[in-house]
Design a protein around this ligand. Structure first.
Ligand code: TEU
Ligand code: CA
Length: 556
């Protein structure tokens, strides 16, 4: 196993709109991030992934880019971005750019040209189809509601948009599109960015037949089988690697919704010459029902354990994992996988940190999870901002697939806005995030859950994250070690061994609010070094009565 910086890094994701507002307009910005670089350095992270900050009409909070080479005004200027890069590098921190090239904004100059006429040179930068029987070319539903096809009167054709109608999909079959994207990527690498998180990169090659999908929600066909992991996706990524990625010492992570183990080995295989790693989503989709993520059921622990173990076991030796509980699209980790009740929020957040930072793969910490930030549980649909949540609420309640009350309960658990409330810096107004009016409500628990309070409390979630990051970095076995699942059938405990050269580690995480009995493996029973315990225990022997959400790491 060759040692590599991006395998040994801990990544911190910043959602810039909600991280820190330096100019009082209620929206986070670049200078706000610069102010917090020392905070991030003190946590012990190495790489910062920042969600898009490029010019955008803000239909999907910046994942609809209208100019790939200009910084979005509300975040600041190119000079401020370059200063951020410089000051991050001065601290030994790297910065990943969020690359959104499956689609652009409909306000991108390319699309404005493309839609202007059928023989415009940019026409084939996008995917245009004629009507089928006077209607959309197929039955695909868009991720943000409605059909995946938008009719354009001017040229009497439909264009494809897998997300919102303001996010037309680029036509990657067109070599000129690929060349434009690679040129833009190179331009950013020349500026000194340290890599890319690649938005829905598994979707850049579609099934050329564009067949109808299975109707699962009673409204539209499921497009995923025909627009994820398509026929040319690996060809395009090999070309990207050859023309751009291979020229720089950068890190790449692909967002590959719908990816299987076999596909992941193609995207991120050590011998694939494509990407360094990918995000898989099987664990965060546990509990999905007939309306997909819109459910109030949390998750089945045994399924979670099975999925995480599968990815640990089956990628080992052939591809590198990424490990995450949350991001800007997911609810808060402690609400989704831990327990955000006051008596369990902190201890279960520490348990999740223990698991996140003791598995093989690059760990990704989402802003605020190091505090144990939880879902805000907004009461009204007017509290929500996310296009996905708002469209789903409207579409599903109007179609009478679910009541408004039930849908609000689903939003409280699964809406993307749960992770997009402002970062909680202190107990002053708006949690110290802004001196203005925040673009979205602040979680009401900010007086208790905030950076200032947690830095002052050595038993805080924050200090536990800092310590667990340090434990991971001090023990290569927790990074590179082979994973073996133990206690496969235990209904509460996720226990596993990590073996690396002469070192063996034992990790146990109680995912339940009840006590759980665990017999330590023979080699650990006679007492060994306890590297960390979220209950502060120093030794573990023989048979352990684990407390609710107890977690620990042992080493021999
Ligand atoms: O997300 C891709 C995606 O599939 C999301 O819709 C996510 O899986 C879903 O919301 C979870 O329920 C990426 C970005 O991360 C997301 O923020 C963008 O909205 C989307 O692509 C379009 O760019
Ligand atoms: Ca601002």
């Amino acid at each position: 196993m060759s040692r590599t910086w991006w395998k040994e890094s801990v990544v911190y994701q910043i959602y810039p709109t909600s991280f820190m507002d330096s100019n009082g307009d209620g929206i986070g910005d670049i200078n706000g991030i610069r102010q917090k670089l020392d905070y991030l350095k003190s946590l012990g992270i190495d790489v910062i992934w920042i969600s898009p900050m490029l010019e955008s009409p803000w239909d999907d909070n910046g994942y609809d880019i209208s100019d790939y080479r200009r910084i979005q005004k509300m975040f600041g200027t190119m000079e401020e971005y370059e200063l951020l890069l410089k000051e991050a590098h001065e601290r030994g921190l790297k910065i990943l750019m969020d690359l959104v090239v499956n689609h652009t904004s409909d306000e991108h100059a390319w699309f404005v040209e493309s839609r202007s006429s059928k023989d415009n040179p940019y026409r084939d930068y996008y995917i245009w189809k004629p009507a089928r029987d006077g209607k959309e070319p197929n039955n695909w539903g868009a991720c943000f509601g409605g059909s995946s096809w938008e009719y354009d009167e001017k040229t009497d054709m439909y264009y494809l948009h897998c997300f919102s109608k303001k996010q037309p999909d680029l036509n990657w079959e067109n070599p000129t599109v690929r060349a434009e994207v690679f040129d833009m990527m190179d331009w950013w690498c020349q500026k000194g960015i340290d890599g890319f998180r690649m938005d829905v990169i598994s979707m850049i090659s579609k099934d050329p037949q564009f067949p109808d999908g299975e109707v699962t929600n009673g409204l539209y066909g499921n497009a995923s089988p025909y627009c994820c992991n398509g026929p040319h996706v690996h060809e395009y990524l090999k070309e990207m690697n050859e023309k751009v990625l291979s020229k720089y010492d950068i890190m790449t992570v692909g967002e590959t919704a719908g990816v299987t183990i076999q596909e992941a080995k193609k995207y991120a295989g050590y011998d694939s010459s494509e990407l360094n790693m990918v995000f898989q989503f099987e664990h965060v989709e546990i509990g999905d029902g007939r309306l997909g993520k819109w459910t109030t059921s949390r998750y089945d622990f045994m399924e979670l354990k099975k999925i995480l173990s599968k990815w640990q076991r089956e990628l080992h030796g052939s591809a590198w994992n990424s490990i995450f509980w949350g991001n800007h699209d997911q609810p808060r980790a402690v609400s989704r996988f831990g327990n955000d009740a006051p008596e369990y929020r902190e201890i279960s957040a520490k348990m999740l940190a223990t698991c996140l930072l003791s598995l093989q793969g690059t760990p990704y910490i989402y802003q605020g999870d190091e505090l144990g930030m939880s879902n805000p549980r907004f009461e009204n649909i007017t509290d929500y901002r996310d296009i996905e949540s708002l469209h789903a609420f409207q579409e599903y309640t109007e179609a009478k697939l679910i009541s408004e009350e039930e849908m609000l309960e689903c939003l409280k658990l699964r809406s993307r806005d749960n992770a997009r409330t402002p970062m909680q810096w202190d107990d002053s107004a708006n949690a110290g995030f802004t001196s203005g009016t925040p673009w979205i409500g602040v979680n009401k628990n900010y007086p208790e859950v905030n950076v200032k309070a947690e830095l002052a409390d050595e038993n805080s979630v924050w200090h536990y994250y800092q310590k667990m990051i340090a434990v991971r970095k001090a023990h290569l076995g927790l990074i590179y070690g082979a994973f073996t699942l133990l206690e496969d059938e235990h209904p509460q405990i996720f226990a596993y061994k990590r073996k690396y050269e002469k070192e063996t580690y034992f990790v146990a995480c109680n995912f339940s609010d009840a006590e759980a009995v665990l017999s330590l493996p023979e080699e650990f029973a006679a007492g060994c070094e306890c590297l960390i315990s979220n209950y502060g225990r120093e030794t573990y022997e023989d048979t352990v009565k684990m407390k609710p959400y107890e977690a620990f790491v042992l080493k021999i």
